[in-house]
Design a protein around this ligand. Structure first.
Ligand SMILES: [Zn+2]
Length: 64
């Protein structure tokens, strides 16, 4: 099995991903609107991740 983000070998700690980073990228895709990112370019994903995390931080999610 390979990482769905970058096709590297999966690490069991981060299954089905190869790394925390790829898990974060996948999470960001969901946060930013269900895989609406127009490109598979890893740099675009990184931007999407930043945007998603920023959106979350700027959102109205209130800390405890
Ligand atoms: Zn990966």
């Amino acid at each position: 099995m390979s990482c769905p983000i970058c096709d590297k070998e999966t690490d069991k700690r981060f299954r089905p991903f190869c790394s925390k980073r790829c898990a974060d990228v996948d999470l960001a895709k969901w946060l930013s609107g269900s895989y609406a990112i127009p490109s598979d370019d890893p740099e675009d994903m990184e931007e999407a991740l930043d945007a998603a995390l920023k959106a979350r931080d700027d959102g109205d999610v209130k800390p405890h």
